[in-house]
Design a protein around this ligand. Sequence first.
Ligand code: NAD
Length: 368
Amino acid sequence: MASRRQFIKKTSTGLMGIPLVYSTMDLYAKDNIYDGPVLKVAIMGLGSYAARVAKAMDDCKKAKITGLISGTPSKIEKWKSEYEVESKNCYNYENFDAIKDNPDIDAVYIITPNGLHAEQAVRVAKAGKHVICEKPMGVNAKEGQQMVDACKNAGVKLLIGYRMHFEANTLEIVRMRKANEFGKIIFFQGQSGFIIGDPNQWRLDLKLSGGGAMMDIGIYSINGARYMIGEEPLWVTAQETKNDPVKFKEGIDETIQFQMGFPGGAVASCLSTYAVNHLDRFYLNGIDGFAEMQPSTGYGPIKARTHKGELSFKHIAHQTVQMDEMAGIILEGKEPSIPVNGEEGVKDMKIIDAIFKAAKTGQKVLLN
Ligand code: NAD
């Protein structure tokens, strides 16, 4: 069992650069008083995940909610009083371009349906504000690239809400892999799924979601395979199963199994589904050892063990750590050990595009 102190000691001596998250973990030490810069964030889309993020941000030291963007006035009223946001910092989807003149907002966190992300991110960038956008960043790689280009042209940062990139157990396994503690990596298994409820929700509407389980939850196995193995895949193959074609219409995947081949010879075998509950498991296998995480990407606590024993890092709400880390990236130019920038998001979108093509054609699809 590794204590947090052992973890910090081990990693700070064992790596070239100390992963950003360790400094953030110290942020939450009881005796720590933070008096540095604070990122002023407007939340766009006041739905269920936004509510989770907002609650977690109560414990942030480096980030604070200062603005709200919503199409529902009653939600604005409720959130305004709950998070002490001034009326002059509240907008709707028609008038939010005016944030460009608002010094109370540094960044906008887009937490709306996937199909709206690209257009909203481009507008936020044009208003000169940093963009934090939920996963998937858009509905395909083309949209993702448009977002990257818009932010680059506007000179603002684009960060994707990959909360697991700051999670302590995840980072320790990535550290062990980098330190060759598993030996040559041979195999990764990713299983991501839950049973989707209401058939009328936007997640099952192609225009708003861009796809089914893959866009929503399968993306965790794709992203996880990449950071666990530490390479970019060369090819994908995929097989789709659909048992409920009424609920899961054309373009909305219910279940896809997919495989990815990596340059070092490792293979990933993954399952993405809206038809099975409690499916949240990563398994990384090398010649000399293994890591297993279950749950691996849920809201936590994450449970992880390796061939050396169990990991037991203190659970801190992922969204608290994520937003403090993102504040460090935006305000202090810090570099996270697993990237969360727009380019990282585009890599996942390219793989999703290829998986959809492979599932449709039955062919192996090569990634450049
Ligand atoms: P949700 O349905 O609970 O909330 C979506 C919000 O967008 C609602 O407030 C809704 O009113 C608003 N909205 C604006 N325009 C809309 C339109 N045209 N149609 C429908 N809703 C519209 O969804 P959610 O679960 O909060 O998901 C939002 C985003 O967050 C998605 O991109 C999702 O993938 C992502 N998400 C990420 C995580 C994570 O762990 N990182 C978890 C859940 C959701």
